[in-house]
Ligand binder design. Structure first.
Ligand SMILES: [Zn+2]
Length: 107
């Protein structure tokens, strides 16, 4: 057994776990439901964790994790409003098409 990933965010830990599972990597989650359940456990030990059943999977798992994280960053990337080329409407950064005329966002 080898600890692979640990985060305060239980949801993120589960995403990583599912990512590995989908790739056929044997793994398990520890501490998923411990957080907040008991005041006796020191916080840093109660973080949810993903463990690899066998350390031989680590290279593949790390590669998947990197891909996953760079994917997240590319979704988070746009930070400023953009103006539509067709109708000149200003759109918020999270939109990939103009909300008014549905023209694609200029690159
Ligand atoms: Zn438009």
């Amino acid at each position: 057994m080898k600890r692979f990933y640990k985060d305060f965010d239980q949801f993120r830990v589960r995403q990583i776990f599912e990512l590995l599972e989908d790739a056929g990597i044997p793994c398990t989650i520890k501490n998923e439901f411990i957080q907040g359940a008991s005041g006796e456990i020191p916080h840093h030990e109660a973080l949810p964790e993903v463990w690899l059943i066998d350390a031989q999977w680590e290279t593949k798992a790390t590669k998947l994790l990197r891909e996953f994280e760079s994917d997240l960053q590319s979704h988070d990337a746009p930070a400023s409003d953009w103006a539509c080329r067709c109708c000149h409407e200003v759109n918020e950064p999270q939109f990939r098409i103009c909300w008014k005329c549905e023209a694609p966002r200029p690159i």
